[in-house]
Write a new protein. Structure first.
Length: 607
């Protein structure tokens, strides 16, 4: 979502700030801005649209500064515009604030400040923070910020500077912030991707913490003025990992990284001798997992689809009741949880606001909470009782691809572990271990069909509607395929269980309606053939993802993409990749910005 970058040191701040927010472009934004201290003045520049537009404005000013803050905005309060872009100023124009999150009581605070004589320039909730800091400022920027935040309800990651102080004050509540430590210089960012070009030593702020950063160093405190001893962590991602590597888009690069990312997720976690998964992040909770009466998987968007696959896996393999919950609804429906419940929170970023709220609610009710996430040191990683990293590396494309398949393969290992510590036989465990270990090479075979899938996309890129159908383990793949197409091509697409087609969606089918079937060899194979025939006799155009060598379905449909055979529970990892490529090529052919689809953000840190 919104991105924050800050710098204080001896180098020119503007190039560092611009470079930093460019590295956060993948999070989604509609405007950008910077505020720097130069020649005893606070210089502010902000612009709706792409960062390149802001760069044009700044290039004419020849600013020399060694301290400043920058921001990319994703609109919540007030439309995207130059004036609503961050940073925002107080009445005097001496205090500048950038902010991620939502101030829920901003209307109440706005009225309070108006009565105090404050004049507002925008309808944004962020401007309220600038005026609150001004209201409490008596020469101590850290204290003024602390007092201001005591009045605030909601979520925030903020950075504040003052015209007369060489200091950046930052604070976090529900929206990530990290401090980077260089040589005689310090950085601030909402995502380490903005920092790794400059430093690998970082400190992650926790909720309720503030930091004062000066040329001499930084001090971390909390809202109660207690000083915190920061834990310095090392970022292991490399700069090469977040560059395109010769691909035209991050999304395509990340699709083609999946043999490697799956290998990374598996590495060191399969015990062939015992037919079991070894998941160190769950070891301390094995007794609780063995005694669990109920598993809940909670997530949003693509991660929810991964969870849906996980539900099928866990119930089949471990024989334990499992439910998948939208994190955005979880805490609002009074979920029935106790100490025999286990809640897995699935999230790529580890910062998804709804998923964090679900974890908080689960912990409040006494459940064991475990995370499945990608980002080391993220909020989910720190707030849960244990968990598993998927090791997919940085995912820059807004539409998740490699994170999805890595989440699914990690869930398959969770299901295997649960099954083996409960009732699954050694032979059954060995079969699953063997199948998991073969997946990276089999994904590589699917990717070799990229050109064929691109040619199929040429037949469909002008379509206005799509229907995706699957059964059993591949019903979630139908949902995910439809979501990918919607996200990046803006084509209306729906995913359904194939048997549900005749309960409504069949009315849509005609010669203009492409229908995508996920139809691999499985226990529901004969039934999926019947569903395909129902579409064909109504003149629907059928594209099917099928098992290698399946001549029966190939002869029945208009277009077919073959994937290697695997056991049923792992088929979603193979069948989802042709749908990722189909969505990608259709979006490119429609002339769209694949990596930055409109209205979407990579990390959704607000409700």
């Amino acid at each position: 979502m919104c991105g924050i970058v800050g710098y204080i040191g001896k180098k020119e701040a503007v190039p560092i700030l611009i470079d930093g927010i460019k590295r956060l472009e993948y999070r989604g934004y509609d405007s950008a801005g910077i505020a720097v201290l130069a020649d005893n003045d606070l210089i502010l520049q902000k612009k709706a649209g792409r960062i390149s537009e802001l760069e044009k404005e700044i290039s004419n000013l020849k600013i020399h500064s060694t301290i400043g803050i920058a921001h990319t905005r994703w609109a919540t309060h007030g439309e995207p515009s130059d004036s609503n872009a961050h940073p925002h100023l107080d009445c005097s124009g001496e205090i500048a604030v950038v902010h991620n999150g939502i101030i829920e009581n901003n209307n109440t605070l706005r009225e309070f400040l108006k009565r105090k004589g404050h004049k507002f320039r925008t309808p944004t909730d962020t401007e309220v923070i600038a005026h609150l800091v001004e209201e409490y400022y008596k020469g101590d920027l850290l204290q003024a910020t602390r007092f201001a935040l005591a009045e605030v309800e909601g979520t925030y990651g903020i950075a504040v500077i003052h015209k007369r102080k060489r200091e950046i004050v930052i604070a976090r509540m529900g929206s990530p912030l990290v401090v980077g430590q260089g040589k005689d210089e310090y950085f601030v960012a909402s995502d380490v991707a903005a920092l790794i070009h400059y430093t690998r030593e970082v400190v992650y702020l926790e909720d309720g913490e503030l930091a004062s950063i000066t040329d001499e160093g930084y001090m971390v405190t909390n809202l109660n003025e207690d000083e915190i001893i920061p834990k310095i962590e090392e970022v292991t991602w490399t700069l090469d990992e977040i560059e395109k590597g010769g691909y035209p888009h991050y999304m395509l690069k990340e699709i083609f990284e999946q043999p490697t990312t799956l290998e990374n997720a598996i590495r060191g976690r399969l015990n062939f001798t015992e037919g079991i998964a070894r998941l160190d992040g769950l070891d301390m909770n094995l007794e609780a997992l063995q005694d669990a009466e109920r598993i809940i998987l909670t997530a949003c968007g693509t991660a929810w689809h991964a969870g849906l696959v996980g539900e099928y896996m866990i119930e089949k393999t471990a024989g334990i009741a499992c439910e998948v919950e939208y994190a955005s609804e979880f805490r609002y429906r009074s979920p029935i949880l106790d100490e025999r419940s286990v809640v897995f929170a699935i999230t790529q970023s580890g910062e998804t606001a709804d998923t964090l709220a679900a974890v908080k609610e689960a912990k409040r009710k006494g459940a064991l909470t475990l995370g499945i996430c990608n980002v080391v040191g993220s909020s989910i990683a720190r707030k849960t009782d244990g968990g598993i990293y998927i090791h997919a590396g940085p995912e820059i494309g807004v539409a998740s691809t490699k994170a999805f398949t890595s989440q699914v393969i990690v869930l398959s290992m969770v299901a295997l572990l649960l099954g083996r510590i409960r009732h699954l036989s050694y032979e059954e465990g060995r079969e699953i271990v063997e199948a998991i270990s073969e997946l990276p090479s089999r994904v590589g075979k699917v990717l070799k069909q990229n050109k064929k899938i691109m040619n199929i996309a040429r037949k469909f890129y002008k379509s206005n509607n799509f229907l995706f159908l699957g059964r059993s383990y591949n019903y979630p793949v139908a949902l995910e395929g439809a979501l990918k197409l919607k996200e990046i091509s803006y084509i209306h697409a729906e995913g359904y269980p194939a048997a549900e087609m005749k309960h409504g969606p069949i009315a849509l089918i005609d010669e203009k309606m492409p229908v995508v079937f996920i139809a691999t060899k499985s226990m529901v194979y004969d039934k999926i053939i019947s569903n395909i025939q129902e579409v064909k006799c109504r003149k629907g155009i059928v594209l099917a993802v099928i098992s290698e060598g399946d001549e029966e379905i190939k002869n029945l449909v208009d277009y077919a993409v073959e994937v290697p055979l695997t056991i049923d529970m792992l088929s979603p990892i193979l069948t989802t990749i042709p749908l990722q490529l189909l969505a990608y090529h259709i979006a490119v052919m429609r002339g769209l910005d694949v990596d930055k689809p409109r209205n979407l953000a990579k990390s959704v840190t607000v409700e």
